[in-house]
Design a protein. Structure first.
Length: 320
C-alpha cells in the first residue's frame, strides 16, 4: 500500500466561508481528508494555516523543512503539500530547487473553498495523492497537480483567478518525468530581501531607488515585451550593478521567452550592457525565488551563468 504524507499550510482548500461570505483557512488536515480513503496510507502534518497571499520567505522555508523531514521516512512514497494558489508557484519552486530525493513532492490546492457545494478540493487532493503514488513520477522533482493536469513546478504559474484549471506551464507539454538540473544546496532564504519592480510607460527610477534604500539584496525587473524598459530604468540598473545588487529582467507578457535584442536606450540589450541578468522563461515570482536562493549560496558566485541555466525550461512530454 502506498504511503503518502500530507503537509497542510492553509489556503482555499482548507477554508470555510463565514456568514458574510468571507473565506478563512480553518479546516485541519484530518477533516480535509475525511474517511473515504482506501488503498493509500495517509499521514497528515499540519504546518501552518495561512492564506497564501500572507506567506513569507520564512514560511516557505518551513514548508521545505517539513517536506524534508517527512522524506526521512524510508517507507514514504511521496509528499503532498496543500497550499493556497496565490503563491503556490513560488513555494513549489523553492522546494524543487533544493529537492534531492527521487520521490515526488506534489503541490495542490483549490479554487473553491472546502465547504463550497461544488468544491474542487477533494478532486485535486485525490489527483495529487494518485500522482505521488505513481512510480512513473519518481525522479520528477516537484509537481503541481491542479484541475486535472500535472505541471512541473519550474516555469508554472497561476493564470486565472477563478477557473478550476488555474495553472499553466511555460511549455504546454506539462510535467516532465525526469529532472534536468542538479538541486541547489539548501540555505534558508528567510532574511534575504529581493524586491520586484514593474516597468511601465513613463516609469522612473523611484521604485528601484526606494528598494535599494530599504536594503534590497537583489531586484527583479518585470519588464515590457521581451524584457525592455526605458533609459531612466537602465541608468538605475547600472547603479545597482555598480553597488553589487543584481537585477534580473523578466517580462509581464504571459508567454514566450525574454531576449536582450532591443536597443534604443532602454531595451533589453541596453539593460544587459548596464549589468542586468535575464530570466529566459521564469516570470517575476519564480525569478525572485531563484535569485534569493542563489544569493544565499556562496558557492554560486557566477549569477549570470546560473540564472541563464536555471531559468530556461525545456519542453518535456506530458504525464497523463
Amino acid at each position: 500500500m502506498p504511503k503518502v504524507a500530507i503537509v497542510t499550510t492553509g489556503g482555499t482548500i482548507a477554508s470555510r466561508r463565514d456568514g458574510q461570505g468571507v473565506s478563512r483557512p480553518v479546516v485541519t488536515g484530518p477533516d480535509l481528508l475525511g474517511s473515504a480513503w482506501t488503498g493509500t496510507e495517509l499521514r497528515v502534518v499540519d504546518v501552518m494555516s495561512k492564506d497564501s497571499s500572507s506567506i513569507t520567505f520564512a514560511d516557505m522555508d518551513r514548508v521545505r523543512d517539513a517536506v524534508t523531514a517527512e522524506l526521512r521516512d524510508p517507507d514514504l512514497d511521496a509528499v503532498v503539500v496543500l497550499h493556497g494558489t496565490d503563491t503556490m508557484e513560488e513555494t513549489a519552486f523553492l522546494v524543487d530547487l533544493h529537492h534531492a530525493d527521487p520521490r515526488p513532492v506534489v503541490f495542490t490546492g483549490a479554487q473553491r473553498t472546502f465547504d463550497h457545494p461544488e468544491s474542487d478540493a477533494q478532486a485535486n487532493l485525490a489527483d495529487a495523492v494518485a500522482a505521488g503514488s505513481d512510480p512513473a513520477l519518481r525522479g520528477a522533482g516537484v509537481i503541481i497537480a491542479f484541475g486535472g493536469a500535472l505541471h512541473r513546478a519550474s516555469g508554472t504559474r497561476k493564470v486565472d483567478t477563478t477557473s478550476l484549471d488555474a495553472f499553466r506551464s511555460v511549455h504546454p507539454a506539462g510535467a516532465t518525468p525526469q529532472r534536468s538540473l542538479d538541486p541547489l544546496r539548501w540555505h534558508p532564504i528567510s532574511g534575504t530581501r529581493v524586491d520586484i519592480v514593474a516597468a511601465y510607460p513613463g516609469a522612473d527610477r523611484v521604485q528601484i531607488d526606494a528598494c535599494r534604500a530599504a536594503g534590497a539584496q537583489g531586484l527583479v525587473l518585470d519588464g515590457l515585451g521581451s524584457g525592455n524598459a526605458n533609459p531612466a530604468i537602465v541608468e538605475a540598473v547600472r547603479d545597482c550593478a555598480s553597488a553589487g545588487i543584481p537585477v534580473v529582467v523578466t517580462t509581464r507578457v504571459p508567454n514566450g521567452p525574454t531576449s536582450a535584442t532591443y536597443g534604443g536606450g532602454g531595451g533589453g540589450h541596453d539593460l544587459v550592457s548596464a549589468g542586468a541578468l535575464f530570466s529566459t522563461d521564469l516570470r517575476a515570482g519564480q525569478a525572485r525565488i531563484l535569485l534569493a536562493a542563489l544569493l544565499t549560496d556562496p558557492e554560486h558566485t557566477d549569477l549570470d551563468k546560473e540564472f541563464d541555466r536555471r531559468s530556461r525550461i525545456d519542453p518535456a512530454p506530458r504525464i497523463s
